[in-house]
Design a protein around this ligand. Structure first.
Ligand code: SF4
Length: 374
């Protein structure tokens, strides 16, 4: 049997954060009910092979933690009816600290959720305000306590650096506060100003840290996390031993996944597809018994291979080139001779024991290097 990941998109938020370009709409009970009913229909009508077991399921958003047990339960019931769920399946829910209550954390335990990804972003209330976040630092502490007590200790924190007006000291301070709580996993993301966000509209007024400050923040974070016994396993992800995010690692390693819900993406049996981002269009198509797909493509072998390299190099261990050749009959060293030579000369790419990986100093400029493999 083959591994499969399942992603469920819950696109509801109380309000839009200033930096966010994920697909989300305002929470309205009536719309949530119609959406749950549509997503249930999408899951029920999925016809796939029985050669798979689900090794991870991820509820992302939006703010999945806004939903109550009665709203989440039908989704979980259908997934376990339809798919074979592995007993060690990693079951993650994304949560906004302000929406976490004792009752919800108990409900998550009932549902079998065994990992919570908490959108902490910063421990500095001024920065949280600038980001337009719903919560304050005190909500992180109460949410964390409640999750540990009632759901799981497998908790991940998302943190952002490069926030307007942020200094290196402020970033380090936030990160230290995160480390003090000893979550099993920490992700650090550099703020990027994306089109269509409130930050983009006032980008010329924002006092953002310079690129060299951002770089300093990234590497300071990396050293601080390492000295606190977090292992870096991906460019932005760090965990205590044995607690890397199975769902994400499977995607980076080219394993298959199915996404249900508006804007969800899938990669399954040599095809890639994406559902409509617009929730109303998504619901309408499901109601009319049509697949809610924005696109669906067959993936050519070469495209799959370049994706595997692009994503595989995000992992700190890199790519085992001998394995790769055996699996895909593709010799990376031969096919990308010039690219490898160029970046090896600059000490940005390393080949060691048959593994191709990024050098530490290349982590912050990885986009430029990875784009050479596409
Ligand atoms: S809570 Fe998350 S998904 Fe919702 S607007 Fe903020 S960043 Fe975006």
């Amino acid at each position: 049997m083959k591994e499969l990941g399942i992603y469920i998109h819950i696109p509801f938020c109380i309000r839009k954060c200033n930096y966010c370009n994920f697909y989300s709409v305002q929470y309205k009970t009536e719309l949530v009910e119609r959406y749950i009913s549509s997503i249930s229909k999408e899951i029920s009508s999925f016809t796939g092979s029985s050669d798979y077991y689900v090794s991870s399921m991820y509820l992302g958003g939006g703010t999945p933690s806004l939903l109550e047990l009665a709203q989440l339960y039908p989704i979980f019931a259908l997934i376990s009816e339809k798919f074979y769920i592995n007993e060690n399946c990693e079951l993650t829910i994304e949560a906004n600290p302000k929406t976490v209550s004792a009752q919800k954390t108990k409900d998550w335990h009932i549902l079998g959720i065994n990992r919570v990804s908490l959108g902490v972003q910063s421990f500095n209330n001024d920065e949280l305000f600038v980001l337009g976040r719903l919560h304050k630092a005190k909500h992180v502490y109460s949410a964390y306590e409640s999750i540990i007590k009632n759901t799981t200790d497998n908790i991940s924190f998302d943190l952002i650096y490069g926030i307007p007006e942020q200094t290196t000291d402020k970033w380090v301070n936030s990160l230290k506060k995160a480390i003090e709580l000893k979550p099993k996993h920490i992700s650090t993301y550099c703020l990027s100003i994306e089109k269509g966000t409130p930050f983009y509209d006032k980008r010329n007024e924002l006092h953002l840290p310079s690129a060299s400050q951002q770089r300093k923040m990234y590497y300071l974070g990396l050293s601080l996390l390492e000295s606190s016994s977090y292992q870096q396993y991906e460019l932005s992800n760090f965990s205590k031993p044995g607690f890397s995010a199975k769902h994400n690692v499977a995607c980076w390693e080219g394993k298959e996944y199915i996404g249900f819900g508006a804007s969800a993406h899938s990669f399954y049996q040599n095809k890639r597809w994406a559902n409509f981002s617009d929730i109303h269009q998504y619901i309408l198509y499901i109601q009319n018994q049509k697949k809610p797909r924005e696109f669906e493509n067959k993936i050519a072998q070469r495209e799959y291979i370049t994706d595997r390299i692009f994503l595989g190099l995000r992992l700190i261990k890199g790519i085992n080139m001998a394995e790769f050749k055996k699996q895909y009959n593709f010799n990376i060293q031969e096919e990308y001779k010039d690219v490898l030579r160029k970046y090896q000369k600059e000490n940005l790419l390393i080949i060691e024991d048959n593994f191709l990986r990024l050098a530490r100093k290349a982590y912050f400029v990885s986009d430029e290097i990875l784009s050479e493999f596409v």
